[in-house]
Write a protein that binds this ligand. Structure first.
Ligand SMILES: C[S@@+](CC[C@H](N)C(=O)[O-])C[C@H]1O[C@@H](n2cnc3c(N)ncnc32)[C@H](O)[C@@H]1O
Length: 484
């Protein structure tokens, strides 16, 4: 056994392992390491359901923290350390995989956030690890990289210098971090420094560019999210394009016609659309309520509100900032509340249902429309691939079975369900080679649920079917009319 334990994967032997784990545990208990990690978790602000990777995760402590709410994976080159991490994680859903920071075993854009603590100091080529972190981050994804800078300590301490050279490949890793991350295309947005023993530990929060201003066809593989808290400015054009394309499909047109007929909004009434997106339905309400009434859209995304307001020129439709969980209106303020395809993005849809009931006047009507993603059909395609893509897609939605849950949620909120309409949102044949199918395939590869070969085969199968009119892609939407 060597006297100096090494954290370098290629140097750890079995006998070193226990000592290394002991050192990591001691360091983890130091107040300044704890504070640095607290800062890192707050800065990364990982949201429920996000995918997080810890590169060089050691004993796996931070992966377990991330796994409390996110889908968390630790990558670690040393199989013994991986085994320690897995044993300590116990019942936590944290996952650990063998892999090297120079060649992360994940697809491009597979993670929303990456954490990497005290790894670069052990790497002869840290720029390769920085490039890999940037590669596996989705556009707009965040990274926290922490490392030590021993410059001050080394200045007049030769003994420390000798000891360090045996354990650390690069004692200036922390100092170099800003340049390393910038060179990898990550933009540093925040920094935190702490002195731990004799080293200055530097933590950087960095963000991968979101691809501002690019059109959907330029980035067919970028993940797309309707969750207000995840919409990046660069995604906005693509989201608007998708909403417009869907709004033109017969399934949505028919269901909206049915919904408006069932709600029968009258002149002078006050109507609200929760999560109003591009504002199309608020404009319909504005025409129905006339100048004596009021038609409002609540939308938390400022970019989407701006699009809606611009499109509403000449209409009395208005748009305000707000969240379905805390509608900015008084009890009983509305005769009618509409909410379409929003609940599927909410982890706590019961809160939104309660808010809809609260802002309705007694006798007021609500219409909540949503898809149930268990009804999604993709045809043709290898059944295994289709199943894997469906499961992966559902796993990324906060509330994938929203459609079936709406009547129960509205009833629990004190409303009486009086009617239910439904339509399948069936895509056209041209969608077989369009952005939606493209994104499904790319997201499946990024999530590691299908291989690149399976994706290519999937694309080819659908394109061939569409040429003969045999492609099918649909999901069923349900519209629930309820009364207070
Ligand atoms: C699929 S779009 C539907 C937009 C519109 N209702 C339609 O059907 O065309 C989902 C919308 O829900 C909004 N949204 C997401 N989370 C929300 C929340 N917590 N409160 C209100 N709206 C939210 C998004 O910003 C987005 O505009």
């Amino acid at each position: 056994m060597s006297e100096t334990p090494s954290f370098r994967a290629d140097r750890i032997d079995r006998a070193d392992l226990d000592r290394l784990v002991g050192v990591l545990d001691l360091q983890a208990a130091l107040p300044d390491i704890r504070r640095l990690r607290d800062w890192a978790h707050a800065a990364l602000a990982v949201r429920p359901g996000e995918r997080v990777l810890d590169v060089g995760c050691g004993t796996g402590s931070e992966v377990v923290v991330f796994a409390g709410s996110a889908v968390a994976v630790g990558v670690e080159p040393n199989p013994g350390m991986c085994a320690v991490a897995a044993a300590r994680a116990g019942a936590s859903p944290a996952r650990f995989v063998a892999g090297d920071a120079y060649a992360l075993p994940f697809a491009d854009g597979a993670f929303d956030a990456v954490y990497c603590e005290r790894v670069f100091q052990h790497l002869a080529e840290p720029e390769r690890a920085a490039a890999e972190i940037a590669r596996v981050l989705r556009p707009g994804g965040r990274a926290v990289v922490i490392d030590a800078d021993w410059t001050a300590a080394l200045q007049d301490n030769r003994v420390l210098g000798e000891a360090l050279s045996a354990t650390v490949t690069n004692p200036f890793a922390g100092d170099e971090l800003p340049d390393r991350l910038a060179a990898a295309g990550l933009r540093v947005t925040d920094t935190c420094a702490r002195t731990v023993l004799t080293a200055t530990m530097i933590a950087l929060l960095a963000r991968k560019a979101a691809g501002y201003g690019v059109s959907m066809s330029d980035t067919p593989d970028a993940p797309l999210s309707f969750r207000a808290d995840r919409i990046e400015p660069g995604d906005l054009d693509r989201l608007v394009e998708v909403l417009d394309q869907q709004a033109a499909l017969p399934g949505i047109r028919r269901l909206r016609e049915w919904a408006h007929a069932a709600l029968a909004v009258r002149p002078g009434e006050h109507a609200l659309d929760v999560g109003s997106g591009t504002g199309s339905e608020v404009r319909v309400f504005a025409a129905a309520v006339g100048s004596a009434g009021d038609a409002v859209g609540v939308e938390p995304n400022p970019g989407m509100r701006a699009v809606a307001a611009e499109r509403a020129t000449g209409s009395s439709a208005r748009f305000v900032d707000g969240d379905a969980y805390a509608l900015p209106f008084a009890d009983g303020a509305f005769d009618v509340v509409y909410c379409e395809r929003v609940f599927q993005h909410l982890a706590e849809p019961a809160r939104a249902a309660a808010e809809i009931a609260r802002v309705l006047r007694p006798g007021g009507r609500a219409m909540v429309v949503d898809s149930d993603w268990a009804t999604a059909i993709v045809h043709p395609g290898d059944p295994e691939v289709v199943r894997a893509l469906g499961e992966s897609m559902r796993a990324n939605l906060a509330n994938p079975h929203s459609g079936r849950r709406v009547p129960g949620l509205l009833t629990a909120a004190g409303l009486r369900v009086v009617d239910l309409g439904s339509q399948a949102l069936v895509q056209e044949q041209s969608a077989a080679t369009g952005p939606l199918v493209h994104m499904m395939g790319e997201a499946g590869v990024a999530a590691g649920v299908i291989t690149a070969d399976q994706r290519d085969r999937f694309f080819a199968d659908l394109a061939t079917a569409a040429a003969g009119g045999g492609f099918h892609l649909s999901v069923t939407m349900f519209a629930v009319l309820a009364q207070r």
